[in-house]
Ligand binder design. Structure first.
Ligand code: HEM
Length: 392
């Protein structure tokens, strides 16, 4: 008896529920939507771009040509025609000056059609390049290079001095050269860390920190990135001018490259003040990539006068900046490794300015010969008083 009473009650509730749902559906305006091309992102999950929704001429023949005023009469509150125009890139009114905000009247970037692809919103196309290409492949490259460096360190270890240090020191870098180098290196490290958090932080920090803390961190690092960028730009130019002379190609460079510098053998291939590997890094990493990174960064910071800062300008600048940065980062990961853990005595040279003559002979024999022959002074800067001399 009790069981049948419960069953009847449940049935009644069920009927009421479905009746209510049917009545609600009948009262709601029918959306004339059809011909929706669906794109599958994850297997089993269908995602639809709202801009692809086409009017259904059968359901409402006037749908496509209706003005907003007509539409509001038929379906009060539905201003789809206006939004369709906004989506198509129709310009509205904005009180912002055109010179500073050329696209302020356009809420949504107009559609573009790239050869061989479907009609897309340009902002969406940029987003897909960022999320489906730059982030996964760039992240994978950084991890692969990190792994390769770790493997190299594990299998080869530190490149140690073979001979005994003599205690006689040669000046490898003047205080000016070191200041330029460290200003550049420190700003690079700040930019690299803040850039990596902005690009990849959502994957490895957000789940650990939570959105509030991560939001603050990303906000602080983004501002640090914007302000340190110009410091990096200026110090990069000084580094280029300071070191360009000794990075010009010389006779033994090809031989050095062909033999891999002899880095893994007993003796390194003879080189001048900088070897061919350092020169390749200078021209490829510092000069070409450095200037591309700086130029695209200045566009993103809106610091290039006379440029029209449209959305498309920023999207192109962003993609160039991200790709060149990832390439520069992996090159400099190698440089930082060799300049610290990888080569005994190299870091001290850049920190104090001096290297032992044994170090100079083993790593840069032609430079050592020039210093010994008196072609290059062993002490180029004003020597410090003994009380201020840094011990190596
Ligand atoms: C934490 C980061 C860095 C460390 C630890 C580091 C370390 C070093 C060391 C130890 C040397 C001396 C190598 C030698 O004596 O032959 C050196 C040279 C040099 N570094 Fe760095 N560096 C760093 C970042 C950078 C950055 C970001 C740049 C430029 C974008 C840079 C550009 C140079 C240049 C131009 C030289 C002179 C050698 C050459 O011209 O190839 N370094 N670095």
């Amino acid at each position: 008896m009790l069981r049948s009473l419960i069953a009847t009650t449940l049935l009644a509730f069920g009927l009421c529920g479905s009746l209510a749902a049917q009545t609600k559906a009948a009262l709601e305006p029918v959306q004339p939507v059809a011909a929706v091309p669906a794109t599958a992102t994850t297997p089993g999950v269908q995602s639809v771009n709202i801009m692809d929704v086409k009017p259904d001429a059968d359901a409402d023949p006037k749908y496509a040509s209706q003005t907003n005023a007509e539409r509001t009469k038929v379906q009060p509150g539905n201003n789809a025609p206006m939004w369709r125009q906004v989506g198509a890139g129709v310009t509205g009114f904005s009180s912002l000056p055109k010179s500073e905000a050329p696209e302020a009247g356009n809420l949504i970037q107009p559609f573009v059609q790239y050869p061989g692809s479907r009609l897309t919103n340009a902002g969406e196309a940029w987003r897909q390049v960022r999320n489906n290409w730059i982030i996964p492949y760039g992240g994978a490259l950084v991890l692969i290079v990190l792994g390769a460096i770790a493997l190299f360190y594990w299998r080869v270890g530190v490149i140690k001095l073979h001979g005994k240090p003599t205690g006689r020191m040669l000046e490898r870098f003047t205080p000016f050269e070191r200041s330029a180098h460290w200003a550049n290196a420190i700003s690079f490290v700040i930019l690299a860390i803040s850039g990596l958090v902005m690009a990849f932080g959502q994957f490895f920090l957000l789940p650990v920190m939570g959105s509030t803390l991560f939001g603050w961190l990303a906000y602080i690092l983004k501002n640090a990135h914007n302000f340190v960028g110009p410091v990096f730009a200026v110090s990069l130019l000084i580094v280029i001018v300071t070191f360009v002379r000794d990075n010009l190609p010389a006779k033994g460079d090809l031989n050095w490259l062909l033999k891999g510098g002899g880095m893994l053998g007993e003796h390194e291939v003879k080189s001048g003040r900088f070897n061919a590997g350092e020169k390749a890094l200078f021209w490829g990493g510092v000069f070409v990539l450095g200037l591309v990174v700086v130029a695209s960064g200045l566009v993103l910071d809106k610091l290039v006068p006379g440029l029209l800062y449209e959305r498309s300008t920023m999207q192109v600048a962003h993609m160039v900046h991200a790709v060149s940065n990832i390439l520069m980062l992996v090159l400099f990961m190698g440089h930082i490794y060799l300049g610290t853990l990888g080569t005994e005595g190299a870091y001290q040279g850049m920190r104090t300015g001096y290297v032992d003559e044994t170090w100079a002979r083993e790593h840069h024999e032609l430079w050592y010969d020039d210093v010994k022959a008196g072609h290059i002074p062993a002490q180029r800067s004003q020597p410090l008083p003994p009380s201020q001399t840094v011990r190596v």
